[in-house]
Design a protein around this ligand. Sequence first.
Ligand code: MG
Length: 110
Amino acid sequence: MDDIINKIIEFRDARDWKQFHNAKDLVISLTLEAGELLENFQWKSSDQAVDANFDNIRDELADVLIYSLMLAHDLEIDIKSAILNKLEKNEKKYPIEKFKGTSKKYTEAE
Ligand SMILES: [Mg+2]
């Protein structure tokens, strides 16, 4: 993970783009990239979209993650721990015995 983050930051620093990368604009950018990812699926079934646009889906997914990792880096969020902590919270919110095989949200379960 650190290698990838360092590579992203090197890419940015070589272009002197940090000056444009406040937290708000990074969140806007990652949301726009998520929109570009979503665009691959518009008017198609999931399978059709993946078949037709696989390379583009891969690139846009990478863009989303690049901006996400940059934001985590700049806010000094250890993204690996953040993910592990969030998975732990999700495990409590969605215990296997209650949620296995169901798409219900935790607010919908009895
Ligand atoms: Mg893009």
